[in-house]
Design a protein around this ligand. Structure first.
Ligand code: TPP
Ligand code: MG
Length: 194
């Protein structure tokens, strides 16, 4: 999957949504292709990847089949794309994946498994209590889990830095990258009537 493959996938979904072929919300990714391609070079096939409502790029880069992702989106499951192998789980609940990812990392430790857990969260999700509890527990128990914060400085339509005044210092096992949103929080920017 290169940058153009990712962009073209989202444009295809945008087109299908605007033609009312997808009868459920979609959250498109964009402008973060290069950052994600670099991060996914470190993610192994056997690792677990947890994502959010904006999951298409993560699923594609982790190796979930393009056709499978598209089918799930057409069935209205854009916000909850999942796969058994490669191991991929996403949820539309802010912070919803964090305790699940933590449990998987704990299970891996107990079973002496080397597979890593990667959790992609938005900059607002990063500000929530559930993130901080999850992170604290992960560090205290020396779990093999990495958090990637995708910082578009937007909490749906609210500037995160203005509202949350986030001054959190660098945390262990947390990597942050910045990007400017290409699409609105959800949908494509066009008014769709089903
Ligand atoms: C528990 C819960 N509360 C509220 C929402 C509504 N909601 C969806 S996305 C979002 C903001 C998320 O912002 P961020 O974590 O920065 O992710 P981004 O969409 O910018 O990638 C909110 C409040 C939700 N989905 N789940
Ligand atoms: Mg955000």
């Amino acid at each position: 999957m290169n940058k153009n493959d990712l962009i073209n996938f989202e444009l295809d979904i945008k087109n299908l949504y605007e033609k009312t072929k997808i009868k459920a919300p979609i959250h498109l990714s964009g402008n973060n292709e290069e950052q994600l391609i670099k991060i996914f070079k470190k993610i192994k096939k056997n690792d677990w990847v947890f994502s959010s409502w904006r999951s298409h790029y993560h699923a594609l880069l982790h190796g979930v089949k393009k056709k499978d992702i598209k089918n799930q989106i057409l069935k209205g499951r854009s916000m909850s794309i999942c796969s058994n192998f490669p191991k991929f789980y996403s949820s539309s609940i802010v912070g919803g994946t964090l305790p699940i990812a933590l449990g998987v990392a704990m299970a891996n430790k107990r079973k002496y498994k080397k597979d890593k857990v990667w959790v992609f969260i938005g900059d607002m999700t990063y500000e929530t209590g559930v993130f901080h509890e999850t992170h604290k527990y992960a560090i205290q128990n020396d779990l093999n889990i990495n958090f990637i914060v995708e910082d578009n400085d937007m909490s749906t339509n609210t500037p995160t830095s203005k509202i949350w005044k986030n001054k959190t210092k660098a945390l262990k096992n947390v990597q942050k990258y910045k990007y400017k949103r290409k699409f609105p929080h959800h949908g494509t920017g066009s008014w769709i009537l089903f």
